[in-house]
Design a protein around this ligand. Sequence first.
Ligand SMILES: Cc1ncc(COP(=O)(O)O)c(C=O)c1O
Length: 338
Amino acid sequence: MVTPKLPPRLNLADTPTPILKLERLSARFGIEFHVKRDDLTGLLESGNKVRKLEFLVGEALEQGADTLITCGTLQSNCCRAVSAVAARLGLKAVLAVKGEKPAVYDGNLLLDKLLGAQVVYCSEAEFAQIDQVLSRLSAEVRGRGGRPYVIPESGATEVGALGYVACAQELAEQIRHGAPAFDTVMITDFSGGSQAGLLMGKQLSGLAAEIVGIPIADPAARVRDYITATIRSAAARFDLAVEPPKTVHLVDGYQGLGRGQIRDEELATIVTLAREEGIVLDPVYTGKAFLGLLDRLRRDPKQFGNRVCFIHTGGVFSLFPFRERLSRLLDGTAEQSP
Ligand SMILES: Cc1ncc(COP(=O)(O)O)c(C=O)c1O
């Protein structure tokens, strides 16, 4: 992918990330079931965000920015990843988070504070007008003589998606060097930006696998529209020879109660994978998506082909604020099987 229009890419992620076979789940479903450990991209286990930030912060530095501004929930992985990258590179981070200041910091918010980010707490109503909040924070940074760069929630821009173009190219390279030729690569969707990147990277690298997303919050139609729009804008802006696929494959129906609301069956899925394979998912994103994947495989083990790879996009720190519910689940239920 050599094109002069791409923003400069920083080297932030520990890549290539390993691909591991899930032995017990493979045996259970009679398929080869793998996980690509993008939760191990480094910079405080910042998951899929580090790949996006390689390009987003590359662009920020190119524009002379010294302050990264972003937004999200109190337990936002994106906010924590931006805080970690800012601290690593000697930049400032300003975070607009939805919710009230808690008496005790926990999970990602604890790390944001530890990493020195300025945290601005927003009410539901303020967060509903987040663009105005981000403009106000940018103006405040400029007023102090700083140079802001705004990263929207989840790093969801065509620049952020380039991180997952690179991931698809990395996967194609790993397959050329002996990793299984996957029939399907699955990823968790919030915005759909990571899946958009994978779909572009598939076209650019000749990766044969179907790319399938599992939306965990928004309706499938909204995620699909975002993916299509992101691919179109990336193609136009960066001169990439890519186009939206005729079908964007999504596994729908596993949004549960929405983004912040976690059900016991989603927590139970995390317990299952931890105990059976020693891999820890997060409650808000990957736990929900994995529940969906297991549910589909239970109905028809071969529906995604014989070789399936789930990309683990990280998020482990948001487990800790669920400590009370998890403790009840762990004490009350010795063996969980989804
Ligand atoms: C752990 C984790 N997985 C998946 C996603 C979804 O990424 P995207 O917005 O690119 O669909 C996020 C984003 O918020 C995340 O934090």
